[in-house]
Design a binder for this molecule. Structure first.
Ligand SMILES: Nc1ncnc2c1ncn2[C@@H]1O[C@H](COP(=O)(O)OP(=O)(O)OP(=O)(O)O)[C@@H](O)[C@H]1O
Length: 355
């Protein structure tokens, strides 16, 4: 555990977008320097809005944000110099080469002279783009473009790198390669990385600590093992044949809850989940109760705790279900990130972040 000041300290962030969408509702995170921190949550949970505030591209309605020791609200220019941003959408110019993009990025940060070219070549090499460095970016594969995006974010040697969904849209092979690179950056270079993702596996694999975000606030935080360790026992998931109505669902939960071996029973549509110290031993009881209640069973699975179970526990619904709907606290606007309130940014954050 490092004793240095945290790389990011944000507290009490709130943000309501025009149209009444409450994107952040008391959001707060503390990220230790030199670690990889994952903001994990379904679509619309508020991850991008948090990153936009921390990277000075948006202002909160209230709350505080310190990044690399600087106040993001009072001294956004200082924050911009200390951070790199890799936004969801590529910041690279498709009709320039990869190398030209890197050189331009360096110049936007005020770098001049041969050092800029050396840094560009070093990054092309490191991201396995040396051969493609003089090709137009529009000829790159998705994985190559994403690697170039990360290289652009690193051009000025930031202290904190923000990666907004770095592997969304990548095929499994490119995703694995990106994971390896992110792990190496944190391990070898002591960079602090704040990563947003809606992939449970990505957070589990990369982040030393994870904040699970739901409806604009952190609902659980810890190392992946701590979070999973809070859920004692196995998860028992039952796919019901018919959707029980509300009364049936309550009856099922009550009837199952009478077994000491089974706890935390939740029925969500056709899915019933519960915890049991010994999952396989509990299954016959669970099936017997469901049969008594007249509930048809399509399938039963028993699993060790996963981050999905952590999410279910804290958010009260499954991750995939939340991911397919909106996570914001009120309906209304559906504007995507980068919408109405993005403020003009200095090159440091603006090039990758404002597009
Ligand atoms: N510029 C905007 N104007 C209006 N509503 C917005 C704007 N940006 C985001 N929202 C809404 O705020 C909520 C939080 O969005 P945000 O992009 O922060 O979530 P997210 O967790 O990053 O999701 P995603 O993974 O889809 O990017 C969503 O309901 C979203 O539709």
């Amino acid at each position: 555990m490092t004793t240095a000041a945290p790389a990011v300290e944000a507290a009490g962030l709130t943000k309501t977008y025009p149209g009444g969408v409450r994107a952040l509702d008391g959001m707060g995170v503390t990220v230790a320097a030199g670690t990889v921190f994952g903001l994990l949550g379904p679509n619309g949970a508020g991850k991008s809005t948090t990153v936009k505030i921390l990277t000075t591209l948006a202002r909160p309605d209230s709350g505080t944000a310190l990044v690399a020791g600087h106040d993001a609200l009072r001294h956004p220019d200082r924050v911009r110099r200390a951070i790199g941003v890799v936004a969801q959408k590529s910041g690279a110019d498709p009709v320039a080469t990869g190398r030209e993009n890197l050189l331009l990025q360096g110049r936007l940060y005020g770098r001049r002279g041969p050092e800029v070219g050396r840094r560009a070549d070093e990054l092309l090499e490191r991201f396995d783009l040396a051969d493609a460095g003089r090709r137009l970016v529009r000829t790159y594969s998705g994985g190559m473009q994403r690697r170039l995006d990360v290289a652009l974010g690193l051009m000025h040697r930031p202290q904190v790198l923000f990666l907004d969904e770095p592997t969304t849209g990548l095929d499994p092979e490119a995703r694995t390669a990106m994971w390896e690179e992110i792990a190496r950056l944190a391990g070898e270079e002591g960079l602090t990385i704040v990563l947003t993702t809606h992939y449970l596996e990505e957070a589990d694999r990369l982040a030393e600590r994870i904040a699970i975000v739901d409806r604009g606030r952190v609902v659980a935080e810890g190392t992946p093992d701590e979070l999973k360790g809070e859920l004692h026992g196995d998860a028992v998931h039952v796919e019901l044949g018919d959707t029980p109505d509300e009364v049936d669902a309550r009856l099922l939960a009550t009837a199952l809850g009478e077994f000491a071996a089974v706890r935390e029973v939740a029925v969500d549509g056709r899915r019933l989940s519960a915890r049991a110290d010994d999952g396989p031993a509990a299954v016959p009881h669970v099936l017997a109760v469901l049969e008594q209640q007249g509930a048809a069973v399509a399938s039963v699975t028993v699993a060790r705790p996963s981050l999905d179970d952590v999410y279910l526990r804290y958010a009260g619904r499954r991750f995939a279900d939340a991911d397919s709907g909106t996570g914001a606290s009120t309906g209304g606007g559906t504007g995507g990130p980068g919408g109405t309130d993005v403020e003009p940014a200095a090159p440091a954050a603006g090039r990758a972040g404002a597009r």
